[in-house]
Design a protein around this ligand. Structure first.
Ligand code: HEM
Length: 400
């Protein structure tokens, strides 16, 4: 393929099928599953790995680095600062291993299980408040954004009153139009905010992740700067992703209401429904970025040392070789859980037990409480996010 033919990696979804990946990528996956794409307005190129099996082969291979300080790393922005200012997911072992070890206990399934009653009561409270005197609302403002924000604040020990401050800055991290400078500014502001909170926790510890992070600093496992960087990452990743997943799941279910009974059939069915929604929607659609440290052959194609790789999990999760009739939402699908919506390998989403708990509680409760829930505007008029690395909607007008 000549450079003239090389397509650009694009976040733009088709207007008529906004819940599907761009058709070009599905075609590439079928015809040319490992191929070059351009990024940074054509100034750089990287391999696009579109099949599910090849995606796992890349993400599970330590020869592919996440460290953005390699010259030629296919980062999301051309002027991304090295290591993207402590963006935890961009570290390689052994630093990554040490940093992740400070948090693994916090996100263990058992620990997250203990949060379920609190998540359920917050869900009930938000739905009570939303429905008390109204029959319509913006579901993003009233439910899908506040719920994960409240939950992550509680877990970390961050005051929810500051939500506008951290939500606004978190949005910069996923905005494809934001410059490296704007990214750095948002990161440093949030870092200073969390560093102050960590200092306050040291004098007055609580039963929260930030207080326990100060213990890791005292034990010398991580530096103070590492701790505040980790805290920024958790605060951001803990609400921005799940909020979009809750809103887009609601859109997908309202478009295909015959599926809703499966979500409401019981905890096992709800858990499977959530896996299928994760697969089908795959909201982290900016492509997971890697850099080859040595020559590696994947799916018959040799990726040379120094070349970049982009793994679009939303395309891999629609691979017909791994999922039957992949473009259909099927809440009863028996292998939905094999999706790579949380990534794969050492960087696989640390917060997935938390995300799953929130989705498994909030989605059935929303549809149980509001059996008449429907979109307040035609599906075609919903404004899907454009140019964000995490897909979603900014607002979701609904009536019930
Ligand atoms: C539906 C919601 C979510 C989705 C779809 C999602 C998706 C992802 C993906 C695809 C990655 C892999 C990045 C890579 O390999 O480069 C990741 C990593 C990560 N996620 Fe999530 N995430 C979600 C919710 C959360 C939540 C609630 C948290 C909790 C704070 C969280 C914390 C993290 C962390 C800390 C990492 C980095 C792990 C590492 O590098 O070792 N995520 N997530």
């Amino acid at each position: 393929m000549s450079s003239v033919d090389t397509p650009a990696y694009s976040l733009t979804r088709p207007k008529n099928t906004p819940l599907d990946p761009p058709p070009l990528y599905s075609r590439l996956r079928d015809e040319n599953p490992i191929t070059q794409v351009t990024i940074w307005d054509g100034r750089h190129s990287a391999w696009l790995v579109t099949r599910w099996e090849d995606a796992r082969a890349v993400l599970g291979n330590p020869a592919f680095s996440s460290d953005q300080s390699h010259s030629g790393f296919p980062s999301q922005r051309p002027d991304m600062p090295p290591l993207a200012h402590g963006f935890f997911a961009n570290y390689d072992p052994p630093i990554h291993t040490t940093m992740r070890s400070t948090l693994t206990r916090e996100f263990m399934i058992k620990r997250i299980g203990a949060l379920r009653p609190g998540i359920a009561s917050t869900t009930t409270r938000l739905l009570d408040e939303m429905t008390r005197s109204e029959r319509s609302a913006d579901l993003v403002e009233r439910f899908t954004l506040p719920l994960p924000s409240l939950v992550i604040c509680d877990l970390l020990g961050v005051p929810y009153e500051d939500h506008e401050y951290f939500q606004k800055r978190s949005r910069v991290f996923v905005d494809a139009h934001a410059t490296g400078e704007q990214f750095t500014q948002a990161w440093e502001e949030l870092n200073a905010y969390l560093a102050d909170l960590l200092t306050a926790k040291r004098g007055n510890p609580g039963d929260d992740v930030l207080s326990r992070l100060t213990e890791h600093v005292d034990a010398g496992t991580v530096t103070e700067r590492d701790a505040s960087d980790l805290a920024v990452f958790l605060l951001f990743a803990g609400h921005e992703t799940t909020a979009n997943m809750l809103a887009l799941s609601t859109v997908a279910l309202l478009r295909d209401p015959a599926q809703i009974p499966r979500l409401l059939a019981g905890p096992t069915e709800a858990a499977n429904a959530v896996e299928e929604l994760l697969r089908y929607l795959s909201i982290v659609h900016g492509g997971l970025r890697r850099y080859a440290l040595e020559d590696v052959t994947i799916g018959g194609v040799t990726i040379s040392a120094g070349e970049g790789v982009i793994v679009p999990v939303h395309v891999a999760n629609r691979d017909p070789e791994s999922f039957t009739d992949p473009d259909s939402l099927d809440l009863g699908r028996d292998n939905a859980r094999r999706h790579v919506a949380f990534g794969y390998g050492i960087h696989q989403c640390l917060g997935q037990p938390l995300a799953r708990a929130e989705l498994q509680i909030a989605l059935p409760e929303l549809f149980r409480r509001l059996p008449g829930l429907r979109l307040a505007v035609p599906f075609e008029d919903i404004a899907f996010k454009e140019n964000t690395f995490v897909y979603g909607v900014d607002e979701l007008p609904v009536v019930w």
